[in-house]
Unconditional design. Structure first.
Length: 276
């Protein structure tokens, strides 16, 4: 018994010594995001757009970097208010989700070239302005965006099913500094406030780990869309011209249906397929 008592006393003494002497030791530096999760470091390009013959002498987009997996209860409809007395119904599963994905794959590669995750937590991106995007002679003019977003490994890390989880934080102050119009800055500030706690981004690796799907899921997007719906309902329309009023009416009409549609949503994953 004395032997065990002595051993216990030694262990307790060592623990107290360690605790009391820690103030005198050099503090252990916090590991950088890149040291914790080195596998995502580097530059990621958008996956290529996939097309096929549309049967009319052109090409139809059938895939690309933007992926929207939105599965609702059968028969879930979103009505697009094209005018005061006409709605265009779209089935979420068979029409809205594929249409939104194809439209995004048609224009996003013209605006975003790649994303780089730095070891210190910075995120940089190569992008192009959207001015005159519809012009037949439009060509991208790539620029580097730095300091607008940062990343960190999530406190709850997902290693199941070959997945990881990171948090992406937007630098609201820097983003707002790019906007000169006071009213637009106020509206932008309200939207950015919804992201103040960070954006949980899941990373699902491809089998060969040369690419990954970076996405947000229903748990995050459902309350976010509800917040956007509330924001849109309170959007002031004073001073808007006829075109702007029509756009706002469509926006309010669509977002007003989102809470009900999300309650019928069984799965929602939206994001980018990226390759190194």
């Amino acid at each position: 018994m004395k032997k065990y008592f002595y051993l216990f006393a030694v262990i307790c003494s060592m623990a107290m010594f360690t605790a009391c002497s820690s103030d005198d030791d050099e503090p252990t530096p916090e590991p950088t995001p890149g040291e914790i999760m080195p596998e995502i470091l580097g530059t990621w390009n958008l996956a290529p757009v996939e097309t096929e013959d549309d049967g009319w002498g052109g090409e139809a987009i059938v895939g690309g970097p933007v992926v929207l997996d939105w599965q609702c209860a059968e028969g879930t409809i979103l009505n697009i208010p094209l005018s005061a007395d006409f709605n265009m119904p779209l089935d979420v599963n068979t029409q809205l989700a594929p249409l939104a994905e194809n439209l995004a794959n048609g224009f996003l590669p013209k605006l975003l070239q790649n994303v780089t995750f730095e070891a210190n937590g910075d995120i940089t991106a190569m992008y192009s302005e959207a001015d005159n995007l519809d012009s037949e002679t439009w060509t991208p003019s790539w620029k580097k965006a730095e300091g607008y977003a940062h990343w960190a490994p999530a406190t709850t890390r997902m290693d199941m099913n070959n997945e990881k989880l990171i948090m992406v934080y937007l630098d609201s102050e820097k983003i707002l500094s790019t906007e000169d119009d006071a009213e637009d800055k106020t509206a932008l500030s309200a939207i950015l406030n919804m992201f103040k706690d960070g954006i949980p981004v899941h990373i699902r690796w491809n089998a060969d780990r040369t690419g990954a799907f970076f996405y947000v899921d229903k748990d995050y997007i459902a309350p976010m869309l509800t917040g956007l719906s509330n924001f849109a309902s309170q959007l002031p329309t004073d001073g808007m011209d006829e075109d702007d009023l029509a756009t706002v009416a469509i926006l309010k009409g669509i977002l007003g249906q989102i809470p009900d549609i999300m309650s019928k949503t069984q799965k929602f994953e939206a994001g980018l397929q990226l390759v190194k």
